[in-house]
Design a protein around this ligand. Structure first.
Ligand code: UT7
Length: 337
């Protein structure tokens, strides 16, 4: 039986129009452009405004554009996986809602929650379904409306997060391209440092939980920072060693965009040049599940067939992951569409 990999054959993204600047945040909480930029690298983030607008309202346009770019009929998609921590509702799955809004009539779909590592967990899940031969056209869409769970009176978290969505289409290939390997990890004991206290089955929503602002992100920044730096670097360096990739052979590192200092530390440990790293945190902040596809979409025109790329992430759970892939097409041919 030939070796089958899942290859990304198209990428698309969507960010809402509204831009929240450091200057505007400085009018909401005690902070400054200087603090935010020097501690996180973030200048702006996009925010989804409007009554009744949820994560699917970013995921669906990203998917529709992906279908148009790849000349794919919506009814030909077999499976859609939405990776998110901010579903439209507790149920049904946001993936189901995106399929409805984008006309994916024949796809089955489900949500996957691995916090900021979600998109990479989604890619590996797609890879497993495609390698098994069960399905041929799988979309992974990473989407989050982080502004729906951010406390805009908490300066330690409200400056970090933004909203956005990114989607990729994967298909089988027998060439030496696509997803070559993935290393995924979880450590649930890390939940004490990063979680949402109420609104789940353990502590359902009540007047008290709302008054206590427990439906917002709770994060202890420093322990999360420490784990993120070591785990993201470890898993990325492991991947390079395992596949004998020398620093100069790597075309791109695509890191989760949580903090510029975490990205730079990871790149240093991998001994790669800053020019090999996709960084757009200054424009979008931390969009959780969308950071990596937002980067792939922005850099698509520079990606060449055969490029060796490592995607790497760290997030709540804790979760962390690295995916090694060989890019499957020349981005310059399609990126303008
Ligand atoms: O993507 C999911 C995983 N999440 C992450 O990877 C996030 C990891 N953590 C971080 O990126 C950083 O820890 C933060 C950006 C969240 C915070 O940066 P930090 O350098 O670790 O700051 P800190 O929490 O140690 O706070 C240092 C000081 C404190 O003041 P005192 O106690 O020294 O007087 C904070 O109150 O900075 C203060 N501070 C702020 N000052 C101005 C915290 N937030 C702000 C702010 N503006 N927005």
């Amino acid at each position: 039986m030939p070796n089958i990999n899942a290859a990304i054959i198209g990428v698309s993204a969507y960010v809402p129009d509204y831009v929240l600047t450091n200057a505007e945040l400085s009018t909401m909480v005690e902070t400054s452009d200087e603090w935010i930029l020097s501690r996180t690298g973030i200048k702006t983030r996009h925010i989804l405004k409007g009554e009744g607008q949820g994560t699917s309202d970013m995921g669906a346009p990203a998917v529709l554009n992906l279908l148009a770019k790849t000349n794919t009929k919506p009814e030909n998609i077999d499976l859609l996986i939405c990776t998110t921590v901010t579903p439209d509702m507790q149920f049904p799955a946001t993936a189901n809602i995106i399929c409805d809004k984008a006309g994916l009539l024949n796809a089955f779909s489900f949500d996957l929650n691995a916090a900021c590592s979600g998109f990479l967990f989604g890619l590996q899940t797609a890879q497993a379904y495609i390698r098994s031969g069960l399905y041929k056209k799988v979309i992974v869409v990473g989407a989050d409306k982080m502004s729906s769970i951010v406390d805009y009176t908490d300066r330690s978290t409200c400056v970090i997060f933004g909203d956005g969505a990114g989607a990729v289409l994967l298909e089988p290939t027998e060439e030496d391209l696509g997803i070559i390997d993935a290393e995924l990890h979880t450590d649930g004991s890390g939940r004490i440092h990063l979680h949402q206290k109420a609104g789940g089955s353990m502590k359902p929503a009540s007047h008290e939980t709302v008054d206590a602002r427990e439906h917002f992100i709770y994060q202890e920044g420093q322990p999360v920072f420490k784990f993120a730096v070591s785990r993201m670097a470890d898993v990325s360096v492991d991947m390079m060693k395992k596949h004998n990739i020398k620093p100069e052979e790597l075309a791109w590192l695509v890191p989760h965009q949580a903090n510029l200092r975490i990205i730079e530390a990871t790149a240093r440990r991998m001994e790669i040049d800053p020019a090999q790293v996709m960084i757009n945190i200054q424009d979008f902040g931390n969009t959780t599940d969308a950071t990596i596809p937002l980067c792939l979409n922005q850099w698509e025109s520079q990606l060449k067939k055969g490029d060796k790329i490592i995607l790497s992430a760290f997030g709540g759970g804790f979760t962390w992951a690295a995916v090694y892939l060989k890019w499957a097409y020349n981005g310059a041919d399609v990126a303008v569409k």
